[in-house]
Structures are given as structure tokens and as C-alpha cells.
Design a protein around this ligand. Sequence first.
Ligand code: ARG
Length: 587
Amino acid sequence: MASVTSLSDSVQQHLASALAASLPEAAGADPLLRRSDRADYQANGILALAKKAKANPRELAAQVVSHVVTGDVIQDVEVSGPGFLNITVTDRAITENLAARAADPEGRLGVPRAERPGTTVIDYAQPNVAKEMHVGHLRSAVIGDSVVQLLEFTGESVVRRHHIGDWGTQFGMLIQYLDEHPHELDHKDAQVSGEEAMSNLDRLYKAARKLFDSDEEFKTRARRRVVDLQAGDPHTLAMWQKFVDESKIYFFSVFEKLDMEIRDPDIVGESGYNDMLAETCRLLEESGVAVRSEGALCVFFDDVKGPDGKPVPLIVQKSDGGYGYAATDLSAIRDRVFNLKANTLLYVVDARQSLHFKMVFETARRAGWLNDDVKAVQLAFGTVLGKDGKPFKTREGETVKLVDLLDEAVERASAVVREKAQDLSEEEIAERGAQVGIGAVKYADLSTSANRDYKFDLDQMVSLNGDTSVYLQYAYARIQSILRKAGETRPQPHPELALHEAERALGLHIDAFAETVAEAAAEYAPHKLAAYLYQLASLYTSFYDKCPVLKAETPEQVGNRLFLCDVTARTLHQGMALLGIRTPERL
Ligand code: ARG
């Protein structure tokens, strides 16, 4: 057993047994333990329990105090106000707890795995073929990647699905154009960069569009092409594949820039469900979940109405027989539930698609594909805003290209690194610049709760002060430099030493790492982990200001403080990794 019982859990257990000894009917009740400013912890649960048992809260609290076993973990417990307890833990318990975390052979800092892990299929990082990626795609990728890391760390089996937009009517136009201009996607060199791939696609898209809008005959030919595509005509499919392949070159280059691992087999776009669409419709129609209305196959909802008060249905099949976004998503649910055996379907998608998912999930529930044991959740994210608080656009009003943004972030970060760098080579500055710049973009996204909009402000993101990834990365690098100076690779703890207030605060916060990770994973809330890490770095800073490390009074104290530095650094490193952010050893 590598997992470590947290201090808060052992205090909780001590209190629960004292409570059961004082009031037998309260056996198993929660004493409601919280971290507190006045003591290490405060227990708030006794008041309610006393009321329930018609006992005097103050007297019950005093009785509990008399039953608490002190000495090993609990230093002191006292009644504060009617029915509240203030609890202080021993310095030894704090250091021993950290020592057990540091000694975890799996390197997980004693963080336990979930008791009953399941299988989650997560739908994230889903750009569209032949289209430029924008900030919305950034959010899905960054949030999704962090949630994947968090879930896997808790022991969940995670299946990743990149539901790329690779199907639909616009492909008729593109394919027809390419068929008539066969060399437009040919490459001079074998190696094509992501940017070249995108500019090829962009050029082709614009040319095809122009022809489509001006030439009626081309339009007709393009429309016919959509039908060929959906019917699986081999030549048409081969042309379509060229667009997908060219787009993937581009996607992979962006994901690499984002320092994110996206695997080809996990890319299962809309086209991947083509063979299931007819059956999905048949199942829905036969079960009566969907009905024909003006030729279209529709699902109706009591609470979804348009501005005119008329019900707005989910259209599963259009009256011309075509299938759309909803049919694909419903088929994907069947695949994920019945083939991939998911217990949870998670969708990291823009909040502006919430109505779509609400209707899709409700349809799947009516069909029996989702139920109490298999649930679907949209992790909806808000909009990225410009400095002016409006949706992020270029000065010309166009959507901002994601690559341009990332390049600018890296450039700004490199300038910051260069300014502070003391002994870094040009090559190192470039590498750190990328780690700091991309980290800054990810952290800004992850540190606000996903459903909120946030302002994309590069100046703020790469600032060394405040709640930024750079601040956290510097805290980590500073610790590494101290450890290097001390020449200690694995400093040893000294549980016999008394601790300074700042050491205690730091130690108790590190103890809460496991709890924070569990909460962030269960709630799909990376921002809770980000907030935890920021506080960790702040507590470390105040420890460092108040407690000399290398110049501490005794060799044991030097050792113990180096040990504290080391556990802090490892916690920072692990936490940042769960956010998908690097922690360079030197900055
Ligand atoms: N490709 C879509 C977009 O760019 C997002 C896909 C979301 N996932 C899904 N299963 N519908 O908006």
C-alpha cells in the first residue's frame, strides 16, 4: 500500500471515535473537519449533532475533548464557542506524514487511487478538417488534456476520442474542386510542415468557394459529390482522404506546439460513425423516441421551444434523407456505451453547444442507451474574450489563428526568460521560452473555472507576479537551484524537530494535495488544482522568507528544511504535470 493516510483523515478518525464514545448514537457521524486560520483544523459538526440528540452543544464538545486521544497525531484540542472544536496537530505528525509521502515507491506522493474506477470516454480536441484552428479548439484541447491526466492519475480507464469535423456538405465542394484541379494538394517536398498544409487547404477552400458561389454548374456538380461521398464511392472517398490527411499534418503540428500528445487511433471523426447512422435512426423511430414530422425524423422536448413558442425538435434525419451533427453524436453514444463499455461519457465542448447536448443526451436516455449507470456530461466551457471583453477577434474582425497566438506567447515568454536568465544558452532560452509560453497559455485557461469566459491577455499571462504559471515555474526552479547548491538529491526528514509556523502551514497544505486531486478529478475541475498549486507556491515563498534553509541553525534543521523544499518541488511538479504544464529545472 503506497497510499498515505492524510493528516486530515487521521484527525477525522480520532474525532469520530471520540464522538462515538461521547454520544453512541453519533457513531459514524461526520465531525465536519475544515482547515482553519485559528488552529490547524476546526470541527463544526458537533453543534448539529448535539441539537439532534437534544444535548447541550458545549457539554457534548467538552465530552468529545475528554475522549480525544492526544499525543501521536493530535497535539491539542479545545472547545471554541458552542460546539466547535479547534484542533492542532503535532509537528512530528506533520513531518512523518510528509516523509511517508516522499517515500512512496510509486512516486505518487501517497495519493490513493479511486476505490471503484470506471471507464470514461472523453471527447475533446476536436478541430475541423480543412479549417483553421481557433481559440475555442484551444480550450477543448487544454481542458480535456488536463482532465485526462487527472482521471488517469486517479486510476480511471480513459478512452480519448477526437471527434473531428470531417464529414458534411462542404466536402462535396472541396472534393469536386480538387478533382477538377488535381495537383492542388501535391507537395514539392516529402516533408510538409503544418503551416504549409494549412495554407494549401486554405487556398483550396477559398478557390472552391469562389467557384461554388459564381458557377451554377459547378454548384450542381459539387452537390452531386456529397451524395457520392455518403454513398461511399471509392474515388470520392480517396479524394476526401487527401483532405483528412493534409489536415492531420496541420493538427499534429499545432498539438505538438501545444506540447500535447494526441494519438492517431484516438482520432475518430464524424465520418467514423457513418455506418451506424441509418441504424441509429431506425432504432429511434421504432422505439417511438423519434417521430416523422414534415418528412424529417425528429425528437421533441417539452422544455425546448423557439422564440415563437413552437417546439424546436432535435433533427436526427433531414427530410432529404441527409444525416447531420445529431445523428452522428447519437451514433457515437451507442459506440461509446456498447463497444467501448464506458460508464461515463464526457464532452469537453463550448457552452454554445449546450442545447445540442442536452437534447442528444435526453434522446439517448429515452432510447435506453444512457441510464443511472451510464451517464453523459458536457464539460461546457466559456468563450475566450479579447482585452476589450468582446469575443476574441483580429482587428479586421476575423477569428484569430491559434498558431499565431501560440507563437506570440512563446515569443513574449522567451523575452521574459532572456531577461531573467543568468547562465542559459540561446538554445536553452528557446526551449524554456516554449515551456513558459505554452504553460502560460494553458494555465490562464485552466486557472479559471471552465464555464466562465476569460480574457486572453498575454501581458498578464507571462507576468512573474500573480497567479500565473511562470510564477509557479520559477518557484519550482528556485527550489531546484537550492537543492543543487546543497548538493542533496534526496534530503532526509527529521521528525524530532519542532517546526516554524510557516513550515507547518506548508506541510499541512502539502498534505491536502491528494484530497485536491481527488476533488478536481471527480468534478472535472482543473481550476481547483491550479488554485491549490498557486497557494502552494505562495506558502513556499513565505516559508522561504521566514526560514533560512542552507543557513539554518543546525545540520538537522538544514536537512529537514531541504526535505521540505524537496517535497514541495515534487508536489509542484506532479500538480503541474496534471495540468499539462512543464516545470523546467532551471530558469
Ligand atoms: N468539431 C466541433 C467544433 O469545432 C466540436 C465537436 C464536439 N464533439 C462532439 N461530439 N460533437 O465545434
